[in-house]
Design a protein. Structure first.
Ligand code: SF4
Length: 694
């Protein structure tokens, strides 16, 4: 740790990395950060932190920070530093010109889960009110959009059902497609504590994650399924519960829609869902499927925790609904220790979705076509809104390649690195006439930008984040914005230059507007947050201090809905040309594409992405530990160093995605979730060959 002397003040704020949302004390000497210390009264972390959060301030003050606005007429020209006024004026004039030349729908905006609720809210407001369309999306598109679709369909709202502390009451913990000890370390530690106390554990994952076997913890069942077969597994589990008479019929009769249940029951009892019928296809023994189903159904309070290993599939939304079916079937919803809990990758995935960052939904998950809601926002915003859903990110990119989409405002997201099929993304960006990037660094997307607006780090922001347990926490400004303005102020200036006036003196006023227009946020304000420390939405007249556990006496939609979840295999299949399946994940010391963690002291602990390959597959290819290998899919090719590992089974390879040099997304394909377009990052058919050159 680099320390710069004794602090003379401290500011309590929230970590800007993962969805745990740990509270920290930023300790400062003047305006210089001395260190970050976990805050003992933080309700999400109870005084704990992980290595990422402790060192996070390193990137905020890194020398690579871009602090001057810049413009250039073409992406082949060098950047020119300009004043804020000139940069904003240029961007606004270009967006207006594009709309005059190509129509109102030729521009759009992207917000990010790295931004505060208030910032995300303003970006969607700018797009809807100033651009006059609904072409707004968020990076949640590429991670948890299936959670939004699946949980809303089954239960009526797009949110995790429990608070983190609820895990301490679980008797059975079922982890599906998540690696909590690396991806969500502080919550992962709490889960391990409960497991050491005796809770039983089921893990469904193509890779042997640490949780499967670590000191004093051993999973009862590791269902090491083939990538892309989640839905077949969850259906087989539900089949077993029904066939063996383990369903909680009282819960189903009291709490669930009888018509939906009858239709689903007929579906789930089909022979194709029998464990013995799916075992070979998914690579898990039928006996293990049956035993895991029995444990989940009869082991006491059973909770499901899941991550991107569920959502980033062609059937991501189907799988979320499959897990909801299983929870309702066994009555594992609506009380402590149970539930369906998405482990959100980024700190404000929940919040950016809550704030209406989707092309079809206004804040609070209300459909844009709903006239009553639209009228409410029209009256507040003094503007007429378009009632048709706009473009999602993939639609914007496709339209740009085809030539009909020409202008994009990107706040805090690096689509050229984080989105699948990099070649397609860059072709789309190259075809646009005005790309505005608002970020801390000149990221990969900025290579295709015409305007660069310096962003503000979490230490410079004032506002709120909402973590994976729906907990709204304050982000407090520790140092003034290094480039002069916070992100919300920049969006406001851009909107004003576009001709749609926005006037806020402080983010608390933006939150007041959100609360006035969003029933689930009715009781949320900065004053109330100071009083309570943090608040889990819904917070309203019925729940004035927030709601730790959802769906206690009835589901948000009334009766819970069982949904038919037919397993449809992904198009991404192995064959002679691409005989292996690649899946991806995270490592403890890094966060997402690594743009932040690579600029902190964490870098040394994981300097490159590695390809984990089973000894059997390595030997067949003459590959030894540390060799450079080429990894090729039908989308592209990249190079990585090999790591021989028995964490993956023969036929499966695995890598992380934290370093741009290896660029895992060069090889991921355009396959996506049928309902939400969330990319299928977790299944790519590949070939691996020895090169021993980079
Ligand atoms: Fe907490 Fe996640 Fe930040 Fe680690 S990265 S300190 S677990 S919020």
């Amino acid at each position: 740790v680099v320390e710069h002397g004794q602090p003379d003040r401290s500011v309590v704020t929230t970590c800007a990395y993962c969805g745990v949302g740990c509270a920290f004390k930023a300790e400062l000497k003047g305006n210089e950060i001395v260190r970050m210390m976990p805050y003992k009264d933080g309700k999400a972390n109870h005084g704990h932190s992980c290595v990422k959060g402790r060192f996070a301030w390193g990137y905020a003050t890194h020398k690579d920070r871009m602090l001057k606005p810049m413009i250039r007429k073409s992406i082949r020209e060098p950047w020119k530093e300009v004043s804020w006024e000139e940069a904003i004026g240029y961007a606004a004039a270009e967006f207006k010109r594009i709309q005059a030349d190509h129509g109102r729908g030729a521009v759009g905006g992207l917000t990010s889960s790295r931004c505060t609720n208030e910032e995300a809210y303003l970006v969607q407001k700018l797009v809807r009110a100033a651009f006059g369309n609904n072409n707004v999306d968020t990076c949640a598109r590429v991670c948890h959009s299936p959670t939004g679709y699946g949980l809303k369909t089954a239960f009526g709202t797009s949110a995790g059902t429990q608070d983190f502390d609820s895990v301490m009451d679980s008797d059975v913990i079922f982890v599906i497609g998540a690696n909590p000890t690396d991806g969500h370390p502080v919550f992962g530690s709490r889960m391990k504590r409960r497991l050491r106390e005796g809770a039983r554990l089921i893990v469904a994952d193509p890779r042997r994650i640490d949780l499967v076997k670590s000191p004093h913890i051993k999973a009862d069942y590791h269902l090491q399924l083939r990538p892309g077969t989640n839905v077949a597994l969850v259906n087989a589990l539900a089949y077993t519960v029904i066939e063996e008479g383990l369903a909680n019929m009282r819960f189903i009769e009291e709490r669930c829609d009888p018509v939906d249940f009858a239709v689903w029951l007929e579906f789930i009892q089909r022979d194709e869902n029998r464990p013995e019928a799916v075992a070979e296809r998914i690579g898990v023994k039928a006996d293990d499927i049956r035993a895991a189903a029995r444990l989940y159904a009869t082991g006491g309070r059973a909770a499901i925790y899941y991550g991107l290993g569920v959502t980033e599939h062609s059937q991501g939304s189907t799988m979320v609904m499959g897990m909801a079916n299983l929870a309702m079937l066994t009555g594992n919803i609506g009380r402590r220790g149970v539930g369906i809990n998405p482990l959100r990758g980024q700190n404000n995935v929940q919040g950016s979705c809550d704030m209406g960052s989707f092309p079809h939904e206004l804040p609070g998950y209300r459909h844009i076509s709903d006239e009553v809601t639209r009228r409410l926002f029209e009256a507040a915003w003094q503007v007429e809104l378009d009632g048709e859903p706009g473009f999602r990110i993939p639609n914007m990119l496709d339209a740009a390649v085809e030539g009909g989409f020409k202008g994009l405002y990107v706040q805090g997201e690096d689509i050229a690195q984080s989105d699948p099929n990099t070649q397609h993304v860059t072709a789309a960006l190259e075809n646009m006439e005005c790309v505005v990037v608002q970020d801390l660094f000149l990221n990969e997307t900025a290579n295709y930008a015409h305007v660069f607006l310096p962003g503000s780090s979490f230490l410079e922001k004032d506002g709120t984040f909402t973590n994976a347990e729906r907990r709204i926490s304050r982000v407090r400004q520790a140092i003034p914005p290094m480039a002069g303005y916070a992100d919300w102020e920049v969006t406001m200036m851009l909107s004003n230059a576009l001709g749609y006036p926005m006037h806020y003196d402080h983010p608390s006023q933006i939150m007041a507007e959100i609360a006035a227009l969003t029933p689930t946020f009715k009781g949320v304000s900065f004053e109330r947050l100071e009083e309570l420390g943090s608040i889990q939405w819904p917070c309203n007249d019925e729940h004035p201090t927030g709601t730790p556990i959802m769906h206690e006496s009835m589901f948000v939609r009334g009766k819970g809905s069982f949904v038919v979840t037919e397993y449809i295999p992904t198009d991404e299949k192995v064959g002679p040309r691409f005989p292996l399946l690649l899946t991806t994940g995270r490592i403890l010391s890094h966060y997402n594409v690594g743009a932040q963690t690579r600029r902190t002291a964490n870098t040394a602990w994981h300097p490159e992405d590695l390809l984990e390959i089973h000894a059997h597959d390595a030997e067949e290819r003459g590959i030894r530990e540390g060799d450079w290998v080429a990894i090729q899919s039908r989308a592209g090719e990249t190079s990585l160093r090999a790591k021989i590992s028995d964490r993956v089974q023969p036929g499966v390879v695995y890598t992380t995605f934290h370093h741009p040099l290896t660029g895992a997304n060069v090889i991921t394909t355009e396959n996506s979730d049928w309902a939400t377009n969330c990319p299928e990052y977790k299944v790519t058919a590949v070939q691996v060959r020895l090169t021993n050159t980079v």
